[in-house]
Design a protein around this ligand. Sequence first.
Ligand code: PRP
Length: 170
Amino acid sequence: MNVLLDAATIQARVKELAGEIERDYPDTGEIHMVCVLKGGFLFMADLIRAMSTRVTMDFIAVSSYGSGTKSSGEVRFEKDLETSIENRHIVIVEDIVDTGLTLKYLQEILRSRAPRSLRTVCLLSKPSRRQVDVPVEYIGFTIEDKFVVGYGLDYAERYRNLPHIAVLQE
Ligand code: PRP
């Protein structure tokens, strides 16, 4: 596998993103981070450790892919949040935005629950694959249309634990 983004590069960018997010919420009490499982778990863990203590968090799970490398276009809702997001500042934490279908669906659901604000941070974006227009306020890296694994991202549930992001050879 070819390394696309090494661990040090990812860590440096995650710290920058954490700083950007905190600067955008200057005088609010709390930023409620909503991690999209499973892929977002490592990114979330590093991101929140680079932020101050006014962070709270919850987890949600949707799945849009089968076990292969192509999106099915279907989004399934697997696990809901545990607490209400009404009137809170919400930041969705995703590993990757590809077609945008998953994020679009998630944003619609969360927006219907009347948060005070709703923003999204994605570590990776593949703009050439986008099928729907979806707002992403913070993007770590824009990448080409290659199937990537590591740092939370899997191929058939493997490679999520890699500290770097690699291109899976076809
Ligand atoms: C991946 C990724 C995003 C989504 C992006 O999740 O974590 O949620 O696909 O694709 P899209 O923009 O084309 O909708 P996946 O369904 O593979 O679940 P996982 O996070 O559990 O691996």
